[in-house]
Design a protein around this ligand. Structure first.
Ligand code: G3I
Length: 344
């Protein structure tokens, strides 16, 4: 039974998205989804490793296409996640033909640049073959997290970047190249001509925390200084009731002066355990205040995505971090997000 409630997306001027897999495209979950959200993100099935079979052959994952078809058929936008990441990427990306780690020799750097470019172009080509060029009405994909989690969690390195395999072999240049290849593939070669239909984001977590935020902002500024074709800054906002909600506001403000759009890409709010009624109500107030902040930033917010539809499907399910419970019932978190009535 889906309750007759105001659609969350009707309460905001920016698209409101949700992370899903094929399970949310059928039955009750799909009804709940289309009532409250007008955008979707693949929680796992467009990550780098999802595009390859066990032999390393490129092919779209069946669940990626199920979600894209569902989006196309229901007028939902797709915010893509993720082209380049240090995690959930096949190990062979960073190995030579003998299975040894690539070195930083010029030849090995070229091998990795070619793999990066080929991956991004294969994704663009396979999707445009099926859905038409980007920017055409049958193609629902309109944004990508181009690079994910490239900023270091510590301040020990002057450039503030994560020491990943991408970084070890190519240095900071892998970030520039990722955006350049993505721009060429999604906004030129496979796009409706004369448009830039796909908005290209950098994405990271803990950007509401001061150290990470400073390193993130410095990197984004360097990309802008180098004329890298980046369009937006993503904030995952995997937060908890201990997070000052005002930090979400100050984060959006600190990036607002840049000539870029911003997105909240993976919102969820853990309650702490045990999950009590009092904590669920407190969570309702947190979501209320967070969405109030987002609505105030309508001018520079591209979209807000909640990282899952129902609590049991969350990567942090023990902490009931989402808007709906496993019976598809709205929690206080939903009522807060739509700025409705909350118990005292
Ligand atoms: O599909 C296999 C299944 O066949 C197997 O039986 C099962 C056993 O563990 O694993 C399944 O894969 C899991 C996959 O989710 C699909 O459920 C992986 O183990 C598990 O690691 C994976 O977790 C995902 C995680 O990213 C991986 O890093 C979460 O669902 C997903 O919510 C999470 O999302 C990330 C974002 O991509 C980036 N930002 C942080 C965010 C939360 O960690």
């Amino acid at each position: 039974v889906i309750e007759d409630l105001t659609g969350l997306h009707e309460t905001a001027e920016f698209p409101v998205g949700v992370a899903i897999d094929a399970r949310e495209t059928v039955g009750g979950p799909s009804t709940l989804l289309t009532r409250h959200f007008n955008q979707v993100t693949h929680e796992n099935h467009m990550k780098p490793e999802a595009w390859y079979d066990d032999e390393g052959n490129f092919r779209p994952h069946e669940q990626a296409l199920t979600v894209l078809d569902f989006a196309r058929d229901n007028d939902l936008r797709v915010y893509g996640h993720v082209l380049v990441w240090h995690s959930q990427t096949p190990a062979w990306f960073f190995q030579d033909a003998e299975g040894q780690p690539l070195t930083t020799s010029a030849a090995h750097q070229q091998v990795l640049r070619d793999r990066l470019r080929t991956h991004i172009f294969n994704v663009a080509e396979s999707l445009s073959d099926r859905y038409g060029p980007f920017g055409s009405p049958t193609n629902p994909l309109y944004a990508w997290d181009v690079v994910n989690e490239v900023v270091s969690d510590s301040g020990e390195h002057a450039d503030g970047l994560r020491r990943s395999e991408w970084y070890r072999i190519l240095g900071e240049s892998f970030i520039d190249l990722s955006f350049e290849y993505a721009h060429e593939a999604f906004n030129d070669v496979h796009a409706v001509s004369g448009s830039d239909p796909v908005t290209l984001f950098i994405n990271d977590y803990n950007t509401e925390q001061s150290g990470k935020q400073t390193r993130y902002r410095a990197l984004v500024q360097r990309l802008l200084d180098r004329d890298v074709p980046i369009d937006g800054v993503g904030h995952q906002f995997h937060v908890s009731l201990a997070t000052p909600v005002s930090s979400l506001q100050s984060t959006l403000e600190s990036f607002a002066e840049l000539p870029l759009t911003q997105a909240v890409t993976e919102l969820d709010v853990t309650t702490g355990t045990p999950v009590t009624q009092a904590r669920l109500i407190e969570q309702g107030y947190f979501y209320r205040d967070a969405f109030r902040i987002f609505r105030e930033h309508t001018d520079d917010l591209f979209a807000v995505t909640v990282w899952g539809l129902t609590d049991g499907r969350s990567w942090r399910s023990a902490n009931a971090p989402l808007l709906f419970d496993d019976n598809l019932r709205a929690k206080p978190a939903y009522h807060g997000a739509v700025d409705g009535e909350l118990p005292a």
